[in-house]
Design a protein around this ligand. Structure first.
Ligand code: FMN
Length: 224
């Protein structure tokens, strides 16, 4: 698979089969992703991979919290600025509309939206998941490094025939994740990532993107 195909075929997949993900594929992907760039080569990512019984236990405990309407854990970082100004607010609204209308859920049907969102904590059925932490002392550039790393992981997963869904949603149940992983205290859970083979029966239309001129400015030689 060439790089363009990996980039364009990567999507946030929210429906996986239970076909197990080979440990060797995960090791290949994570060994290659370690070559991701980072400022001064700090490599600020700290990753845990869960499969099998430990992942089943995590899903069970998270499911219990959802069922009990347990409040979310105290935030360690803000997922979004409180007031999303234009054009970000519009893009977020468009995404919500795309995501829920694909499921046949209306904006007003809060319960159905909650049910769909709660699939996050079942990893959308995926048999493997990765949890990416970052040291709380790290600054914005290192968070950006972690983003590059995670994208590299997701592209390499495509080369293995696998799909993924990055999930900040896991950060709201970070204490439950920590019960299973016991990470050192100085780490913050940035996000989880569901990993597996796509359940093509739950295929959704692709999300859109802003036109290039909205996000990219070319500054060329001035024309005479
Ligand atoms: C850091 C990060 C966190 C995300 N968290 C979630 C999440 O918690 N749940 C979810 O369903 N999708 C999540 N997504 C997926 C985004 O909604 C998705 O990437 C975006 O809508 C673009 O769609 P695409 O990835 O399918 O191209 C996340 C994406 C990123 C990069």
């Amino acid at each position: 698979m060439d790089v363009y195909e990996a980039v364009t075929s990567r999507r946030a997949v929210r429906g996986f089969t239970d076909r197990p993900v080979p440990r060797e594929a995960l090791e290949r992907v994570l060994s290659a992703a370690a070559w991701s760039p980072s400022g001064s080569n700090l490599q600020p990512w700290r990753v845990y991979v869960l499969t099998g019984r430990p992942l089943a236990e995590l899903k069970k405990r998270a499911g219990e919290r959802v069922a009990a309407a347990d409040p979310w854990d105290e935030r360690q970082y803000e997922m979004y600025p409180p007031d999303l100004k234009s054009p970000y607010g519009e893009r977020r609204a468009a995404f919500g509309k795309e995501r829920y209308s694909a499921l046949g859920v209306t904006r007003e049907d809060w319960q159905a939206r909650q049910r769909a969102a709660s699939e996050n904590w079942q990893c959308f059925g995926a048999p493997a998941a990765l949890f990416c932490y970052i040291d709380r002392d790290m600054g914005r550039p290192q968070w950006a490094d972690v983003g590059m790393y995670l994208q590299t992981v997701m592209l390499l997963l495509r080369a293995e025939g696998l799909h993924s869904c990055p999930q900040m949603a896991w950060s709201v149940y970070r204490t439950t994740v920590a019960e299973l992983l016991a990470p050192p205290d100085d780490l913050i859970l940035y996000c989880g990532m569901s990993i597996g083979y796509e359940d093509t029966t739950t295929h959704h239309p692709r999300t859109g993107r802003a036109p290039l001129e909205e996000t990219v400015t070319f500054v060329d030689d001035p024309t005479a």
